[in-house]
Write a protein that binds this ligand. Sequence first.
Ligand code: MN
Ligand code: MN
Length: 360
Amino acid sequence: MINVIERIQGYLQREKIDCAFLTSTENVTYTTGFRSDPHERWLGVYIPAEGQAILICPGMEIEDAKSAGWHGPVIGYSDTESPLELLKAQAEEFKSIAIEKNHLTVERLELIQQVFGECQIYDAEHFMNKMRVIKTADEIKLLTKAAELADFAIETACSELAEGKTELDVLAKIEYELKKKGITEMSFSTMVLTGENASSPHGTPGETKIKHGDLVLFDLGVVYQGYCSDITRTVAFGDISDKQRDIYETVLKAEMTALEMVKPGVKASKLDLAARKVIEDAGYGDYFPHRLGHGLGLNVHEYPSITAESDIVLQEGMTFTIEPGIYVPGVAGVRIEDDVLVTEDGYKTLTKFPKSLQTF
Ligand code: MN
Ligand code: MN
C-alpha cells in the first residue's frame, strides 16, 4: 500500500501540488487497504507531497482500519468533532490540493476552503484512474473470486427457473444463496428480467411471471473483499422462436468477435466497433444502444469506458467487461457480458458460465 502512496506523492511533486485528499471509499481502500462505507460521515486520506499520509475516519472505526492493515497515522473523530479541524492541527499548510471532483461534494469543498483557506483545486481522478487501470496479482485474485461467485449466482438462477415464478422470486433465491456464501453486498441491484421486460437494457425486476417461450436475462455481480464482478447471461425457458434464436446468436457472435481481439496493444475502440459491426451486419444496428463495456475493479463501473471513441490502448493487467446486447421491443432482449482480463498475449475471461444458448 505504501507503494501506492509513494506513487501519488510522485504525481503531486511532478505537478507541484501540495497535497491530495481522497474521499471515495474506493480510493481510500486502494491507498490504505481499509474499506468502509461512512454514509454521511467523513472518510478520507490526506496525502502531502512529502511526509506521512493520514487516514481520517470515524473514531469508532480506528480499530477496523488497523486490522485492515493501515499502520500509518489515523485521525478518528467523534460525532461532535470536526474532522477537518482535527486534520488542520496535524497537516502542513497548503495552497493547492488534489481532490476527486467526481466525488467530493460542493458543500465539502467549501468546508475545506473555510478551514484551510482558499487554495488551488486539482482533479486527482485522472491520475488515480490510470494507476488503478492496471491490476496487481492480488487484485486479479479477488476479481477472479468475485467472478466465480457471479457464475455461481447464474447457476443458482437457472436452477430456480420454473413456469409461473416471478422475476423477484428468482432474484430473492440468488441473493439468499450468495448470503449463505458470505456475500453481503451486490455490486449493483440484481436484474432478473423475463419476456417483454428484458427488452429494456436497464429494466426493473418485478412481479412478471416466467412463461414457456421466454428469454430470461440475468445481470448481476458481487462485491468480494471490495472487488466487483458483473455478468450477464440470457437463457431460454422452453421453446423460443427463430427470431429470438437469431438475436441470441448475433449477440454471441458479437461478443466472441470482440473478445478474440483482446490483447495488449489493441485500441479499445476497435472492440466496440467490431462488435457493433457484427450486430449491424445482422440487421440489428438500431437495437444496440449502449457502449460495449467498462472497466471493472473496486468500482463496478470504472475507467476505461469501452466505446467506439475510447482511445485507450489495452495493456496486460487491465480488467473490463464486454457486453453487447440487442433489445427489440416485443421480441427479445439479449445481452451477454463477461469480465475480461488482458493477459501477456491475449485475454482470459474471469466469468465462465457457458454461453452457447442454454435452455431450461
Ligand atoms: Mn452487468
Ligand atoms: Mn456491466
